[in-house]
Design a protein around this ligand. Structure first.
Ligand code: FMN
Length: 214
């Protein structure tokens, strides 16, 4: 390979949209998934990202309970391809398709347990397994409280394997006044981990500190 070809490849790879897998499980917190979907779809419109989704078996039930409506229809309405939970021919089921990041939001303790132990018996856990083996970014937005020793050990295991465990734990130092603003304190951190620039994020030391000292 010539130097020029290598340079060309690098330039092309920088221009490619970031391919992100969005996975939703049956943990509480569908509102986080809804907000992450909205942010990623906005980023997609600027050509920054390419998106595909996979749902666990329980995701739809919890989404309907917490938000109403059908999560598949919601995603299809936004033109996000949704792959069947057993469809191992999905592109992100193989490392060679080079999907760069995956977020599981919200992420159940059951999903973390499977990922921690390499059990790839559905597309979601297989895709997470691929992210880890390819040393790509895997963000698990864990939602459970309190946590058992089993939960904590599984979180430690996935962290050692390279995943980022990002608990769905909002912050309050920006004084959020609405439910959406509270949710956004978590969503901003998720987007940071995915390498996607969040719109209008308030950051400590910039917006928040300056505002309070004015
Ligand atoms: C309304 C509702 C809320 C739930 N919240 C949680 C939760 O916050 N965390 C969790 O780990 N499981 C939660 N569960 C249980 C999971 O849905 C259940 O363990 C399921 O098997 C997870 O499977 P999945 O990872 O394939 O979605 C909830 C279930 C329901 C019906």
């Amino acid at each position: 390979m010539t130097q020029a070809t290598r340079t060309g490849d690098l330039a092309n790879s920088r221009k490619r949209p970031r391919k992100i897998v969005l996975a939703i499980t049956g943990a509480s917190g569908s509102i986080y998934a809804q907000a992450v979907i909205a942010a990623l779809v906005a980023a997609r419109s600027s050509g920054e990202v390419q998106l595909a989704a996979v749902l666990s078996q329980s995701a739809g039930e919890v989404w309907s309970h917490e938000l109403g409506g059908d999560v598949r229809e919601h995603l299809r309405g936004l033109d996000v391809p949704v792959f069947d939970g057993r469809d191992y021919s999905a592109p992100f089921a193989s490392g060679s398709a080079r999907w760069e990041a995956m977020v599981v939001v919200p992420c159940s303790m059951s999903a973390i347990a499977k990922i921690a132990h390499g059990i790839s018996d559905d597309l979601l856990s297989r895709a997470a397994d691929v992210m880890l083996k390819e040393r790509r970014r895997l963000v698990l937005v864990a939602r459970e409280t309190p946590l058992s020793m089993i939960h904590l050990e599984n979180m430690l295991t996935v962290t050692r394997a390279g995943a980022v465990v990002l608990p769905a734990t909002p912050s309050f130092y920006a004084r959020p006044e609405t439910k959406e603003a509270i949710v956004d304190t978590v969503v901003t951190r998720i987007l940071d981990q995915l390498g996607v620039e969040p719109e209008g994020a308030k950051r400590w030391g910039d917006d928040i500190h300056q505002e309070s000292s004015r």
